[in-house]
Design a protein around this ligand. Structure first.
Ligand SMILES: Cc1ncc(COP(=O)(O)O)c(C=O)c1O
Length: 395
């Protein structure tokens, strides 16, 4: 065990099973450990480093901003947050933005906003319908929203006001809608829950139900947004518009940020009803603005779509070669491969030894979420390593 691993054990709370790797540097789709070993990074900070590691556009924007103004209170106007808000609004179907620091915080705020809407327009309705297999974050409220018992069990009793129903089933949403329901909250494609794609008409059916009943549709695009699945926002691919949308992860290509966006009609907060000390911080907003601008100006969603198709085709080829592969699924640069037995952990280690970082999604599944700037060459390299890792793990 290295000195750093020992110190971590001594001083850090154990909330995550770490991989035995101390990463010290990153550039593009590559990271390096303290011994100088290079790795191709198909985890990208859990779908965060949209433009790869230390992209010049981000480094330039952050460096300039750090030299100029790091933090003031939100009682004052600051330019980077207004620039980021304008860019997001001009390139989405939403009208207003609130900026915060993480995905869970964005979702908490979205639920608070929906409750305020319920107070104003739905006779005090407060309950939010979410789906099984979802993941909305680690705060108590978002653990209650997240439809996965393993995240909920340790913290019972959970905050009231959430109902978890089956994903991809409009009838259960209809059945769960009551006078106290103010919103349905969904990930367009479930990320942590397994890279689960919605049936073709599911989101449109949910949208229609929300329109019919007057409740809000909240889309959690924390993992799917900012180009990851091949369009700037996932809702574009499903022909629906949310009333509220949340963003985080890839929004600032590595700096901690979250955003709530809402249509004018749903944007009902009044001064004092919500807030954040660091939300909208000039440095993170400079990174967010640089990220979104680069993503739009360089058609990064198009790259994610094309390279994502290439990745899916390559994973399908691998599944032909290795009968242990039972499923390949995904969209854009969010993909998963599932196996008939629990080999994901040994595959993660076998890939790591060969210079590739991949994420264990489940005991029997891996997830791929590389930087959105990669090309087919990196995909070939990753698939070559995965092929070898599969051979070695199954020997
Ligand atoms: C869809 C989705 N929502 C919310 C979150 C929580 O985001 P954060 O970890 O930034 O709080 C995640 C994180 O994985 C996510 O994938």
């Amino acid at each position: 065990m290295s000195r750093w691993q020992g110190l971590e054990q001594e001083y850090f709370m154990r909330t995550v099973e770490r991989l035995p790797l101390i990463l010290v540097r990153g550039k593009g789709a590559r990271v390096w450990d303290e011994d100088g070993r290079e790795y191709l990074d198909f985890i990208a900070g859990w779908a965060v480093n949209s433009l790869g590691h230390c992209h010049p556009a981000i480094v330039g924007a952050v460096t300039e901003q750090v030299r100029t103004l790091i933090q003031v209170s939100n009682q004052f106007y600051t330019i980077p947050q207004v620039q980021l808000a304008e860019l997001l609004v001009q390139n989405s179907c939403l009208d207003k933005v609130f900026l915060c620091n993480s995905g869970a915080e964005a979702n908490e705020g979205a639920v608070k906003l929906a409750r305020r809407y319920g107070k104003h327009h739905l006779n005090g309705a407060f309950e939010v319908i979410t789906t099984t297999g979802s993941f909305h974050g680690r705060t108590l409220g978002m653990v209650a929203a997240t439809g996965q018992p393993k995240f909920q069990q340790p913290y019972i009793p959970l905050p009231a006001g959430f109902v978890n129903v089956e994903y991809n089933n409009i009838e259960v949403i209809k059945a769960a809608t009551r006078p106290q329901t103010c919103a349905v909250m969904l990930e367009p494609v479930q990320g942590e829950g397994g890279v689960n794609l919605p049936d073709d008409n599911y989101l449109a059916q949910v949208r229609a139900w929300c329109d019919e009943t007057g409740i809000l549709l909240i889309l959690d695009e924390i993992q799917t947004g900012i180009g990851r699945i091949g369009t700037l926002f996932a809702y574009e691919q499903y022909g629906v518009e949310p009333d509220i949308m949340t963003l985080a992860k890839g929004l600032a290509s590595g700096l901690p940020i979250g955003a709530i966006m809402a249509k004018d009609g749903a944007s009902v907060f009044t001064p004092g009803e919500h807030g954040s000390t660091f939300g909208g911080n000039p440095v993170t907003c400079a990174a967010g603005y640089a990220t979104v601008k680069f993503v739009i100006d360089n058609d990064i969603p198009g790259n994610a779509r094309r390279v994502g198709e290439y990745l899916m085709a390559g994973l399908k080829d691998l599944s032909q070669k290795h009968p242990v592969v039972t499923d390949v699924r995904g969209r854009g640069l969010l993909a998963a491969i599932e196996f008939s037995c629990d080999i994901a952990k040994s595959l993660v280690m076998a890939c790591l030894e060969r210079g590739l970082l991949v994420n264990q999604l489940k005991p029997n599944a891996l997830r791929f979420m590389p930087p959105l700037t990669i090309g087919n060459k990196e995909v070939d390299e990753a698939l070559g390593i995965l092929d070898k890792a599969l051979k070695s793990s199954l020997r």
